[in-house]
Design a protein around this ligand. Structure first.
Ligand code: 5CA
Length: 446
């Protein structure tokens, strides 16, 4: 992409309405625009990051055998009356009436609808296990939408639902989701810690939230410091193996880690030596639930088992805050000059800064570099505007591309360009083709 032809409305001033750094940087970098309280347009740069995150989520869901589908945002109130949640959900649910006076709602979550789909099409245990998921917009009329996309009213969520014959199988699905989530967040450059949590309006006894540690997090968290040494890494876990998924669950959840909702001070002290006790804040980027037959029983989602009995299926639901993650990643990765995107989610793979726009030789070198990167399947952002170098560097730092290639007449005389790492600020001079090879290598494994 050539910046002169792109739509990147960066702001010079720091917007006063934004209280936390990710919200400020998203506005300044021209990623989002607020349209109403808690409702945002995703401008091109923000949209790119959102799509990258969504793509990782899809890849990791499908890696463990979950099946994508898409349900509507608007739902009929009838379904929610069947489960008993229509009245129970409260003012967070946006209720709408259509022209025929039918009660509708903008879905805050989809347990009822997916259960309806299941009961209409699945009748035998032979079709289990089954996990369906979508990435779709949700609406929750939050009393205090704030912090930009972190607590929106309209937000993008990956929501997945498992259907299993037995409690044991459903718990395997729960563990498999935990494994898949750990890998998902790590690919985004995040360390998200699973913490025992409260189930709220979704229901059920077993639930874990995934929290990214950040000063601006909305939840207070209590944990054993040993947890932050754990890494999922690139391990190969067979998603169908109960034992392998269980082993990962045990490793990541056996040490004390809880949110303020479930914190038990006496247990914390008994289980964790004082030197390892940590109290911090965290951003919830996902949650997994096992709730058994809470929806399948009232809604009649039953299958025939091996003996011919009709039994309600065991279910769970599993959510990732896709749009919230954009903010959470910035909270975890920025400096005083702007955002620092992890390579896994960056909107462009690298920036090209032309120090002497209009100089025939420099322009030609930038063009060649741009084409060479594109030929390798990479997406560079080429700052070809007629602007001072200082302004171009400031924009690149603000929008946070992990790598920058700087091209100027002096370097070209010596046959080199400069490759700069956004995170460390370190620069290196090398031949243009070497810079291209280096960038290609960095992204090859992602
Ligand atoms: N049905 C279940 C799982 S599919 C569910 O709705 N879970 S949830 O309520 O925990 O939401 C899943 C994730 O969505 C949360 O972990 C959080 O990351 C994100 N989320 C929830 N509310 C908001 C909000 N108001 N703004 C942005 N993201 C949100």
């Amino acid at each position: 992409m050539r910046l002169s032809r792109y739509f990147l409305p960066v702001l010079k001033e720091t917007p006063s309405e934004a209280q936390i750094v990710s919200h400020r940087l998203m506005l300044r970098a021209g990623m989002i625009r607020q349209q109403a309280a808690g409702i945002y347009s995703w401008l091109p740069l923000g949209y790119r990051v959102l799509r990258r995150i969504e793509q990782i989520v899809h890849e990791e869901q499908q890696r463990v055998g979950h099946i994508p589908l898409l349900m509507p945002t608007l739902q009929s109130a009838e379904l929610w009356r069947e489960s008993g949640r229509y009245d129970a959900y409260g003012p967070e649910m946006l209720r709408i009436r259509d022209r025929h006076d039918r009660d509708m709602l903008f879905g805050p979550t989809n347990e009822e609808m997916i259960t309806d789909i299941f009961r209409s099409h699945v009748t035998s245990y032979k079709d289990l296990p089954l996990t369906l998921y979508q990435v779709q917009w949700k609406f929750r009329d939050e009393i205090r939408p704030r912090f930009g996309v972190m607590r929106g009213r309209e937000f993008l969520m990956k929501d997945g639902y498992n259907f299993d014959l037995s409690r044991e199988d459903a718990l395997h699905a729960y563990n498999r989701h935990l494994v898949s989530y750990l890998r998902t967040y790590e690919r985004m450059g995040l360390q998200a810690i699973p913490m025992r949590a409260d189930s709220g309006p979704i229901g059920g006894d077993d639930t874990h939230e995934f929290l990214v540690l950040a000063e601006t997090g909305e939840s207070e968290v209590f944990y054993d410091s040993e947890i932050t040494d754990l890494r999922f890494g690139g391990r190969e876990v067979d998603p169908d193996s109960h034992a392998q998924c269980r082993a990962v669950l045990d490793e990541f959840t056996s040490r004390y880690a809880r949110t303020d909702e479930t914190h038990d001070a006496a247990m914390f002290e008994a289980q964790v030596p004082e030197a390892r006790r940590r109290v911090a804040r965290g951003i919830e980027v996902g949650q997994i639930f096992y709730f058994g037959t809470k929806y399948s029983e009232p809604m009649g989602a039953v299958v025939t088992d091996g003996e011919g009995n009709r039994v309600p299926v065991h279910m769970g639901s599993h959510g990732i805050g896709v749009s919230r993650l954009v903010g959470a990643i910035i909270e975890a990765s920025h400096d005083e000059n702007g955002i620092i995107w992890p390579e896994g989610v960056t909107p462009f793979h690298c920036g090209i800064v032309n120090l002497r726009q209009g100089d025939a030789e420099t322009d030609a070198a930038c063009e060649a570099l741009y084409k060479a990167l594109v030929a390798r399947g990479l997406e560079p952002l080429y700052d070809d505007r007629d602007e001072r170098a200082g302004g171009k560097f400031a924009t690149m730092d603000l929008i946070g591309l992990p790598w920058r290639i700087t091209v100027g007449p002096r370097g070209l005389k010596a046959g080199v360009v400069e490759l700069t790492c956004r995170r460390t600020g370190e620069s290196e001079e090398l031949a243009p083709e070497m810079a291209v090879a280096r960038i290609a290598e960095i992204y090859a494994g992602l």
